[in-house]
Design a protein around this ligand. Sequence first.
Ligand code: PSU
Ligand code: MN
Length: 308
Amino acid sequence: MSSRGTAPGLVVSHEVRHALTNGHPVVALESTIISHGLPRPRNHAAAQEFEQILRGAGVTPATIAVLDGIARVGLDAEGIRRIAMDDLAKASVRDLPVLAARGASGATTVAATAHLAALAGIRVFATGGLGGVHRGASGTFDESADLTTLAVTPVTVVSAGVKSVLDIGATLERLETLSVPVIGYRTTIFPSFWLTESAYSIDWSVESAAQIAAIMRSQDELGRRQGIVIANPVPKAQQWDPQEHERVLTGALDAAAEAGITGKAVTPFLLAHIVNASEGRSLEVNLDLARGNIRLAGQIAVEWSSLG
Ligand code: PSU
Ligand code: MN
């Protein structure tokens, strides 16, 4: 994990660099989901399992984080331990240069992970849920940099949509404005993270990973530099109970308002509240959907590498 990458301050691990150089499939994985989205110590096992799912499919995992000022693409076992167990800052794209210059560490959001993945030449990225437009954003302007970053970052992100703690309709409108394609995997209904469906439909649906790779190639041929959002719903049999979901969600939003939580603390606050209030049931769904996204991302990466 020591070789220099393509830009100063960016280090691509030997394993990931070897895979990229030889055209083997690689999938980027995010670290904020581990540091701020899942509770300890389960998050450590999850981070290891996520990598293992990819290795089992013949795909090289590239978990991304900033450690001691170095943006690392591909972590060793100690790096994985640190993103799970250390109190790392939540790092979006704008935080990257500050962390680097200070020699500090941070867990990368979807935005920061996508940026670093693209910089390293990785085209496929798996996460749980995308950040988006928060409820009440017309007053607070709280919109995740995940959206604006995907407008300028050529990475295909597999997610289970966005959580209903966000304003899903506004998030989809912003993705349209930002010209980021949103494609359903075997669905035309946009998923809402723990739930298979939301009230929103999407224009395009594909049936296979090969079709997604073909869209990526067309995107390149047409000179588009945006990311692509692949919406991969959790299967109905695995979704969270909709009634409990509604109840817990309302409680979480009320608690955040009452505690006066704002800015980048909002998403981690809501996630932690929801895991506690659901006594872990939401967590199992969260893990299941993440596994499904990682498997699909692995298949896309395999198809992408076969296009050479
Ligand atoms: N949504 C989830 N789980 C998460 C996140 C979002 O369902 O862990 C994390 C991701 O890292 C995402 C970030 O990039 O939260 C968005 O935070 P913000 O809303 O502050 O941009
Ligand atoms: Mn925000």
